[in-house]
Design a protein around this ligand. Structure first.
Ligand code: FES
Length: 165
């Protein structure tokens, strides 16, 4: 069955669209609503947004693929986006990627077997002063080291075990 937002969120999309003179302007807010409900966005979800907003699907695909913010496949409960651009790279981003893989089995572009983590390498997230850094879900973590990563990952594992987040 094709993907559809919940009835409540379909209504939210319509309310958001009503704020703009043209429905095209509501494409990004609508994608955020899909992302918040589902955690990722594929072509089916784009088609659904296009249908709700009555806009050509190509405009939704264009918006969706322009930004790296929206994952196109299911992600872990903790979606790790580690910056590997110049400042972060010079300050050890590669070591951190290796550390997560070797110590915790967190491989790039894959969700761990327990569904908790997935790691994506991303371009500059605009926090170069805190390099190396990563974004996990909506939060930034800066001045990272293997020790800090260890503390964070163990904390998230405990948190997940407690059923929180
Ligand atoms: S280079 Fe990593 S945040 Fe800018």
């Amino acid at each position: 069955m094709a993907y559809e937002l919940s009835a409540e969120n379909q209504q939210r999309v319509k309310e958001v669209a009503a704020r703009y003179p043209h429905n095209m302007s509501a494409i990004l807010p609508a994608l955020h609503i899909v992302f918040a409900e589902r955690g990722w966005i594929d072509r089916e979800a784009c088609d659904h947004v296009a249908e709700l907003l009555d806009v050509p699907p190509i405009h939704v695909y264009e918006a969706m693929t322009f930004y790296t913010y929206f994952p196109r496949k299911p992600v872990g409960k903790y979606h790790i986006q580690l910056c590997h651009n110049i400042a972060c790279n010079l300050r050890g981003a590669e070591n951190l990627i290796e550390y997560m893989r070797d110590k915790h089995g967190i491989e790039e572009d894959r969700v761990t077997g327990d569904g908790l983590f997935c790691l994506h390498r991303v371009e500059c997230l605009g926090a170069c002063g805190g390099a190396p850094m990563m974004q996990v879900n909506d939060d930034y973590y800066e001045n990272l080291s293997p020790e800090k990563i260890e503390e964070l990952i163990e904390g998230w594992k405990r948190e997940a075990g407690n059923g929180r987040r």
